[in-house]
Design a binder for this molecule. Sequence first.
Ligand code: CMC
Length: 427
Amino acid sequence: MPDTLTVTDNRTGKQYEVPIIDGAIRATDLRQIKAGADDSGLTTYDPAFMNTAACRSRITFIDGDKGILEYRGYPIEQLAEHSTYLETAYLILFGELPTDAQLKDWTKQITLHTMLHENIKKLMEGFQYDAHPMGVFLSTVGAFSTFYPDAKKIFDEQSRKKQVYRLVAKVPSIAAYAYRHSIGRPYVYPDNDLSFTGNFLNMLFKMTELKYQSNPVLERALDILFILHADHEQNCSTSAMRGIGSSHVDPYSAMAGAAAALYGPLHGGANEAVLRMLHEIGSMDNIPGFIKRVKAGEGRLMGFGHRVYKSYDPRAKIIKRTADQVFEVTGRNPLLDMALELERIALEDDYFVTRKLYPNVDFYSGLIYQAMGFPVTMFPVLFAIARTSGWIAQWEEMLLDPEQKIARPRQLFVGARKRDYVPLDKR
Ligand code: CMC
């Protein structure tokens, strides 16, 4: 006998039994609750999806109260310590950690697909010199759909696999080209001898040397950051990926939309916003005044708060440790002291404590990126590179889920009803 929820409709006195499965009721089960023949049935109202599960997923588990994050059951702390981004991407996409042979093949496939079509270069050259790299990134990902029309065969497993290789492999190349374009340097072709992250650093920072060699500490730190950002269940951009993908468009078009969602300062653009905020605050003396303004509702403490985490974001803890290792190589980011002081105050202040606002993944990541030499505009792009594996895994899970259909929320209509058109001269 399944658990049920008994609902009594006070309008009619009728009782309804609604099954509870996996801790949820089906919103469509409420439609049977009607007050009369012309009542279309009860619906649920949930702006911003505060309490609505739109899918079943096996990819990422989060316990926001306990600060737990797992990809396919593996704790984020273990993956950050022992795995690489490419291995983690495989885990997220295919459900299991790869065997040695699988990892070698996966790495080979990704390495084989890092090059961009020469016309992509021409496309990117059309952007203004000061174009935001995230705008360039999402436009280029969208343009990919015109280069790979075979991607429209979304129910062909082999075709999907090809797009997975292309997307995971090419996003660092797009990001690097966008960066080189913004500073007027020639594009650097991928170096297939290097690791995924080592090659990305090569495409970003290589100058005239014959072979680019990254600092292993910085390369590992960036790889860890990629692991931490790889997936985060049904966040804004992933919901966009699933929502757009549910129309059965190709994955490049869907991912352009997901990247656009990530761009916003409340989501992946927050790392950039944190750095801008720290610059605006300017000095330790200005912190109390800044906190006062945040508490008065005049702005937000960027990099703080999360829809799901109501305790310390486990990713932020790992990032804080990684920052120490990076600063040993690059020297301490002078903004770090301000960030630490903001965190100290916020963790004690009643406003933040009662609202359970803790540092999230974006609070410290920007300080690392900046110390590594990235301009702030590149921060959301770095997030997008890592999140690509999560987006495609979630997209594929949605496509293969027989319960999914085109995403189409309902509305509560509160506007004017039928009115007669008034000619212009009578208004
Ligand atoms: N600074 C000050 N007050 C805040 C903040 C903040 N960063 N975040 C939330 N609040 C307050 C908010 O004003 C509200 O107060 P009240 O109840 O008095 O109206 C309360 O906390 C609840 O906030 P909310 O806006 O209802 O929470 P939400 O779940 O809708 O928003 C959030 C989550 C992440 C958008 C929000 O916390 C925020 O804007 N944070 C800053 C931006 C940021 O760091 N985003 C990155 C998120 S992590 C990376 C990712 O996955 O994208």
